[in-house]
Design a protein around this ligand. Structure first.
Ligand code: ZN
Length: 234
């Protein structure tokens, strides 16, 4: 290991110690209360991208949001990792809101859009290519620079549905548990979250919500760009 890498890791421990000391100084007993329980109201399903840290961009503290992240915020019907996290959040922690959060400039979405070969992740991103293919007529009519942003939002809508149709959510709503799923998109370029208004609480027909969300996405990205374009993609 070279010296730089060692230095960097030592920096992380130093930052950690000063953060811990600052928290304990400002809010005595903060960590002892965390030890006893976590009672987050929110579950965040987001992209692993290092520019989209759930707690920081929502101002939430340790103990306030239960987080699941993977490449391009995908919820696959048979993904035991995601399903286990959702079940734990809903049944044990009793979260009230689950937000599926995509982000503009997502390299996973971009790769899926272009059909770029990355490696094993191609198989994972195939799920986004399925979304792309489902909406290819609409995507083809959009300005080229808007397509990745539109696909980012379409992917969020799709994953909201995938969470909603999971056995975990169907059982929760069947029991009368109040949990609402939201679809959001984060702008790496401005740090702002947008609500895509695909909000599912188990009481309304999901098909209609999904269709309305897709219409909004088409309308929004048909217009001349006012928000991020592909220049934000890194
Ligand atoms: Zn991403």
């Amino acid at each position: 290991m070279d010296n730089n890498a060692t230095d960097n890791l030592e920096d992380l421990f130093a930052h950690n110690r000063s953060w811990s000391a600052r928290m304990e100084r400002d809010r005595p007993g903060f960590f002892t209360s965390l030890v006893k329980q976590q009672t987050p109201k929110y579950m965040w399903i987001g992209c692993s991208d290092s520019r989209v840290p759930a707690n920081q961009i929502t101002g939430l503290e340790p103990g306030e949001v239960f987080v699941h992240r993977n490449v391009a915020n995908i919820v696959v019907h048979s993904d035991l990792n995601a399903l286990s996290a959702i079940q734990f959040a809903v049944e044990r922690l009793k979260v009230r809101h689950i937000m599926v959060v995509g982000h503009y400039g997502c390299s996973g979405v971009q790769a899926a859009l272009e059909g770029a070969r990355i490696g094993i992740a191609d198989n994972w991103l195939r799920h986004i290519q399925d979304v792309r293919d489902r909406h290819h007529v609409m995507l083809d009519t959009l300005p080229e620079a808007a397509r990745a942003n539109a696909l980012c939002e379409l992917n969020v809508a799709e994953q909201v549905v995938n969470v909603a149709v999971s056995t975990v959510m169907q059982d929760a709503w069947g029991r009368g548990q109040s949990v609402t799923i939201h679809g959001w998109a984060f702008g790496v370029h401005d740090g702002l979250i947008q609500d895509l208004e695909i909000t599912v609480d188990g009481t309304k027909a999901m098909e209609n919500l999904y269709r309305a969300a897709v219409q909004r996405i088409r309308y929004k990205w048909s217009k001349p760009a006012e928000t991020p374009t592909s220049e934000y993609i890194k």
